[in-house]
Design a protein around this ligand. Structure first.
Ligand code: NAD
Ligand code: MG
Length: 396
């Protein structure tokens, strides 16, 4: 075991990934200490986490909420300093004391602090797939230039990473293909895999967020129900593993036990299996290249009895094909795709749009804005802003 204690910042510590990260860390107090915890608005959960993990810093989006948290922590005798705002997120992601940053903010809001972590050469545990979908190769180039290590936490990408030969893992800033011929991303198919198509128009946010295998935040749960999540993952995999989207297949695997596979040129196929629990990829990312216990129960294959694999039904999930086209175009298209999806999902969750409108809105924004090349991060941010504006117009 490496002897030095690792200092960790968790961006989005109150969310599903954040909480699971803290659960793994709590099992290994001799290895990890928390440097900073951050949340958008969940001050009460952040307070409890600060009492348990006594980080140096806690960050909230809102100034008044941060002041209130600071007073509460002081009264409880906890010395954590409370900051607020976007710049504070970047600060705690790039501080010299920090070894590892868990990027677990949901959506494009996670991009600036995740980039700050990459720019300062941290080990970045990347759950926030939207950041990579938006900034793509620019993000990976910044990471490589600054010797940041990007370890994928998304279970599929973590599985692929685990299946790669160790020498190509070690150089994993832009992974060479290392003898693999294709990647297969597995997808559970979400809660509406067998729902009659005519009923999809009426499904509620509550139904959409009830994922059969994973307990996740609301946005990714809706993405999993539309399979836009798999489209985002296709783009994510194409950037991370420097692989064209035509060499990435998607297979429906309702049990979520095989987390993804790599096909090699000699006919071998390597897969990573495990119970569907994000503590496994989180523990892998935290300890890489070592392994630590995650608290996840052992897989019992005989209890499962069978594993099923089916081709995806693209008429049921039009977002998937849209994502494939976008992954092929790269440039501005993934930025537009992601931004339009974020607006459409937020509208669905607040009752302003129906479930089946989500891919329709994404398609409309893509059509309206066309696709182009991206040359700098400012261009990414401008494209993101524009696509959000156009998506909002499409709602009315
Ligand atoms: P979540 O909604 O449960 O948590 C999101 C976290 O981000 C919270 O701590 C929230 O306070 C914070 N946050 C939200 N908006 C913010 C903003 N504008 N500024 C600062 N902080 C903000 O989400 P989650 O399910 O934990 O997912 C987090 C990320 O990980 C997403 O990108 C998701 O796609 C990815 N991911 C999640 C899972 C999973 O099992 N939950 C699996 C794979 C990938
Ligand atoms: Mg995933």
């Amino acid at each position: 075991m490496s002897s030095a204690i690792q200092y960790i910042t968790i961006l989005g510590s109150t969310g599903s990934i954040g909480v699971n990260t803290l659960r793994v860390i709590a099992e290994h107090p001799q290895r990890y200490r928390i440097f900073a915890l951050t949340a958008n608005t969940s001050a009460d959960v952040l307070f409890t986490q600060c009492v348990q993990f006594t980080p140096q810093y806690a960050v909230l989006a809102d100034e008044q909420a941060a002041e209130a948290l600071g007073r509460k922590l002081k009264a409880a005798g906890v010395s954590t300093e409370v900051l607020h705002g976007v710049d504070a997120l970047a600060l705690v992601a790039s501080a010299a004391e920090v070894d590892t940053v868990m990027a677990a903010i949901v959506g494009g809001a996670g991009l600036p602090p995740t980039l700050a972590a990459a720019k300062s050469g941290k080990k970045v545990l990347l759950a926030n797939k939207e950041a990579l979908v938006m900034a793509g190769d620019l993000f990976l180039e910044i990471a490589a230039e600054n010797h940041a290590k990007i370890l994928p936490i998304d279970s599929e990408h973590n599985a692929i990473f685990q299946c790669l030969p160790v020498n190509s893992q070690a150089r994993f800033d832009h992974c060479p293909k290392a003898g693999f011929s294709k990647i297969v991303l597995t997808a559970s198919g979400g809660p509406f895999l067998d729902t009659p198509l005519a009923d999809l128009m009426q499904v509620t946010p509550q139904q959409a967020c009830k994922h059969p295998n994973w307990k996740m935040g609301q946005k990714i749960s809706v993405d999993s129900a539309t399979l836009v999540n798999k489209a985002l993952e296709l783009i994510e995999a194409s950037y991370l593993f420097a692989t064209p989207s035509r060499d990435i297949d998607i297979v429906i695997h309702p049990q979520s036990i095989v987390h993804s596979m790599v096909y090699f040129t000699d006919g071998s196929v390597l897969a990573q299996l495990g119970n569907p629990d994000m503590r496994t990829p989180i523990a892998y990312g935290l300890a890489w290249p070592e392994r630590i216990s995650s608290g996840v129960s052992q897989l019992d294959l005989t209890a499962l009895g069978r594993l099923d694999f089916l081709p995806p039904d693209t008429s049921r999930f039009p977002g998937l094909e849209l994502g494939r086209t976008v992954a092929e175009s790269r440039g501005t298209a993934p930025v537009i795709f992601n931004a339009a999806n974020e607006i459409a999902v937020a509208a669905f969750l607040t009752g302003q749009a129906g479930f089946t409108q989500i891919p329709v809105i994404i398609d409309a924004v893509l059509q309206k804005l066309g696709s182009g090349t991206i040359d700098c991060l400012e261009h990414v941010m401008e494209t993101d802003k524009l696509a959000r504006r156009v998506a909002i117009e499409c709602l009315h």
